[in-house]
Write a protein that binds this ligand. Structure first.
Ligand code: 5AD
Length: 463
């Protein structure tokens, strides 16, 4: 049997796509393995959002291609965003590639692999690289299979593909195509199937989730299609927590703010990319909102849900960013007091408007700005975690922690928790009393109900 290893770079959307490809391959009789050494087929699901991500995948492909010298039947493929972005130029650079598949053709991978393997057995035409990068209408509806019957405590659900925004820095509209949404009923069916297999938490995924269905689905009772979708997912029995990523500040309207207040399963955590705290930068980035509007959304959410947690994406060193403009981002950081943030050094993406802007910022300035924000984040994130010491938090237990005897889980605010528990509690929501905090984690103890008491008593006896 052919053993496949899929290595994923980049965002949750990519992880979700890899899961779907994995499920399709299992359905064809391939087995999935969790490392490249045990695999006869390696597929790299790639990311193009920054140059570093592309370089990593290219480096890995070059390294893996050497295996073909000693193992002629070894199969190597690149799929996803970098395949779409760089196209056949990759085949020129990496002639040993067997397969190059774009973001709208994931579902064709099992057929392509079957063909490659037949060819190797001498049953097909001479081997060349198979290249499949076309756009395909309806491809958003092909990303639905989940990994076999394994239970996923927390699952990603892709609700749409593509992006219609034109952020000056961003390659995604090129790699993912324009916005296409899945029908509400199909998404809800998928969530119901997941719930039936024991999933407790779903994260709805899209490039800009609050644009979901904007053109296809009418507004009802002043509610956008995205909020209508959230309301439907709220009704699915067995699902206890709903998250989504990412919304755009543009179009983050009152109905979505109120959804946080009214939908009990919608966790009080929002990842709201700001990119910059400077209005001039936002304009140059082609981000259609101001710092003031962004802060208004933050205030609106805090008024609706006082316990709200905030996360963001920031780019430092966008072309022309002055020290003062960077200070505006620092002050935004302090004002919002982010619980989490992803801070990126601007990376030139050929073909995007920002690539040809003058006044590119030197690497050392980007590094320094990056560090400054990381320091601010460390402070606000630690302060938030310390403020939770002594409180009781609702924790969804995800499994054993990587190291040691503790179990690991998440609060509704997406704080990482470490606590003593038992296997029986994996996938359950428990109450944890927080007794220690670091910047990245909360440590605590279970608040025991009758049954858990008996269970942990057995647990401690066995140690
Ligand atoms: N350089 C640096 N960061 C980028 N991002 C997108 N494009 C670039 C780029 N060219 C960041 C943005 C986006 C996140 C997913 O990646 O912050 O929100």
């Amino acid at each position: 049997m052919n053993r496949v290893y899929i290595k994923t770079y980049g965002c949750q959307m990519n992880e979700r796509d890899s899961e779907a490809v994995g499920a399709m391959l299992r359905g064809r009789g391939y087995s999935l393995v969790d490392n490249e050494h045990d695999a006869d087929v390696v597929l790299l699901n790639t990311c193009s959002v920054r140059d570093q991500a592309e370089q990593k995948a290219i480096g890995k492909t070059g390294y893996l291609a050497k295996r073909k010298k000693t193992e002629p039947d070894f199969v190597l493929g690149i799929m996803g965003c970098m395949a779409q972005n760089r196209g056949t130029e990759l085949v020129d650079k990496l002639p040993d590639l067997d397969l190059l598949v774009g973001t709208q053709k994931f579902h064709a991978i099992p057929d392509h692999l079957d063909n490659i393997i037949q060819t190797q057995k001498g049953l097909g035409p001479q081997p060349t690289t198979i290249v499949d990068l076309e756009e395909e209408e309806g491809s958003q509806n092909t990303i639905r299979e989940h990994l076999s019957d394994d239970r996923q405590i927390s699952a990603f659900v892709s609700i749409m593909q593509g992006c219609n925004m034109n952020c000056a820095f961003c390659i995604v509209p090129k790699t993912r195509g324009s916005e296409r949404c899945r029908p509400i009923e199909e998404i809800v069916d998928e969530v119901e199937e997941l719930a039936a297999k024991g999933t407790k938490e779903v994260t709805l995924l899209g490039q800009i989730v609050n644009s979901y269905g904007r053109r296809e689905i009418p507004i009802r009772n002043k509610k956008s299609p995205f909020v209508q979708l959230l309301e439907k997912v709220q009704e699915v029995k067995g699902i206890e927590r709903i998250r989504f990523t990412s919304p755009h500040p543009r179009g983050f309207k009152q109905d979505l703010v109120e959804a946080y207040r009214d939908l009990s399963k919608l966790c009080e955590y929002v990842h709201l990319p700001a990119q910059s705290g400077s209005n001039r930068m936002l304009k140059l980035m082609n981000r259609p909102y101001s710092r003031e509007r962004y802060l208004e959304i933050v205030d609106g959410l805090r008024n609706a849900v006082p316990d709200m947690y905030f996360s963001t994406d920031i780019i430092v060193g966008f072309p022309g960013e002055t020290d003062e403009e960077f200070e505006d981002t620092c002050s935004l950081f302090e004002e919002v007091a982010y619980d989490m943030a992803f801070i990126f050094k601007y990376s030139i993406r050929t073909g995007t408007p920002a690539a040809s802007m003058g006044d590119q910022i030197p690497q050392e300035v980007k590094e320094a700005r990056n560090h400054r924000l990381l320091d601010l984040l460390a402070k606000s994130s630690l302060a938030r975690n310390e403020s939770l010491i002594g409180t009781t938090q609702e924790v969804l237990i995800e499994g054993k922690a990587k190291r040691g005897e503790l179990f690991q889980g998440k609060t509704r605010g997406y704080r990482n928790c470490l606590l003593p528990a038992s296997d029986r509690l994996v996938g359950e929501i428990v109450q944890m009393k927080v007794n220690r905090a670091t910047q990245s984690s909360l440590y605590g103890d279970l608040i025991l109900s009758g049954i858990e008491e008996a269970d942990t008593a057995t647990l401690s006896n066995s140690h």
